[in-house]
Design a binder for this molecule. Structure first.
Ligand SMILES: Nc1ncnc2c1ncn2[C@@H]1O[C@H](COP(=O)(O)OP(=O)(O)OP(=O)(O)O)[C@@H](O)[C@H]1O
Ligand SMILES: [Mg+2]
Length: 241
């Protein structure tokens, strides 16, 4: 098996780390048939790759065997962003029949986390994903891993994420706060639903906790309730409203 060294993972602050833990818990409590999860969004740049990678790391940290698949073959950012040592072979090699599955799988320096990188950009990513080799990959991976997390391109631009999602147990939509209109998000949701994809939820990303008073206040209240009232000096034994 190939070996990939991930030498720079995101430095997460306390709040972000807690958000990933809660996302992980939500997925774990979604049932044992929720193993293959695709991450998408309406538009580019909403945070799919960051979130899917951190989710995979978070699940591996919780002692789960995880396979991360970079299915955004048109625009893979992982190798550069996480300063990964380069894998020789990736998804496009496997889907096009040039390599066997075991030759594109990569072990990482993170315990229990294996990966398949995107590989070189093929001329026909959507066609490759429709082919039977992708379905075979998912079937084989399900037997080995507890979770398979798949990064995909945005729904609004190309059909790839819909194709991937059809092979998955569920798809989660990343929505960047203040970047996507309600209408556009609804349209992307409808597109996935018409194709028969199971949407397991939305992940609101890029929320500015200081500027956005709506989320900020809610967070303050939550924070105060659990750490101020319960554990702080002013603990009264009563839950604060
Ligand atoms: N919560 C966040 N707060 C601030 N910046 C973020 C957050 N999430 C992602 N970013 C930044 O936004 C940019 C896009 O993130 P990322 O590449 O994960 O998005 P993407 O949806 O995968 O993009 P693409 O559609 O191009 O594949 C990156 O520079 C990333 O560091
Ligand atoms: Mg991406």
């Amino acid at each position: 098996m190939q070996m990939i060294e991930i030498s720079k993972t995101d430095q997460l602050d306390y709040q972000t780390n807690e958000a990933y833990k809660s996302l992980r818990t939500n997925i774990q409590f979604s049932g044992e048939d929720m193993k293959v999860i695709a991450i998408t969004s309406c538009m580019p740049n909403e945070g799919k790759s960051s979130i899917s990678m951190n989710l995979a790391l978070s699940l591996a940290e919780a002692s789960k065997r995880v396979l991360y698949i970079d299915a955004d073959m048109r625009k893979s950012v992982l190798v550069g962003r996480y300063k990964m040592s380069h894998a020789n072979f990736g998804l496009s090699h496997y889907l096009s029949g040039q390599q066997k599955l075991e030759d594109v799988l990569a072990q990482t320096n993170v315990n229990r986390l294996n990966m398949i990188v995107a590989g070189p950009i093929p001329p026909n990513p959507s066609e490759l994903l429709v082919g039977k080799r992708f379905a075979e990959l998912i079937r084989a991976a399900k037997a080995t891993y507890d979770y398979i997390i798949i990064d995909t391109p945005p729904v609004g631009a190309i059909i790839d994420s819909v194709i991937v999602a059809k092979q998955c147990d569920g798809i989660a939509m990343v929505i960047a706060a203040d970047e996507v209109s309600y209408k556009f998000a609804q349209k992307a949701k409808a597109q996935l639903e018409v194709a028969g994809c199971k949407i397991i939820g939305a992940i609101l990303n890029k929320v500015d906790m200081r500027r956005n008073s709506r989320y900020g206040r809610k967070y303050d209240k939550y924070y105060k309730r659990y750490y101020g009232s319960y554990y702080g000096a002013g603990y009264s034994g009563k839950e604060e409203e």
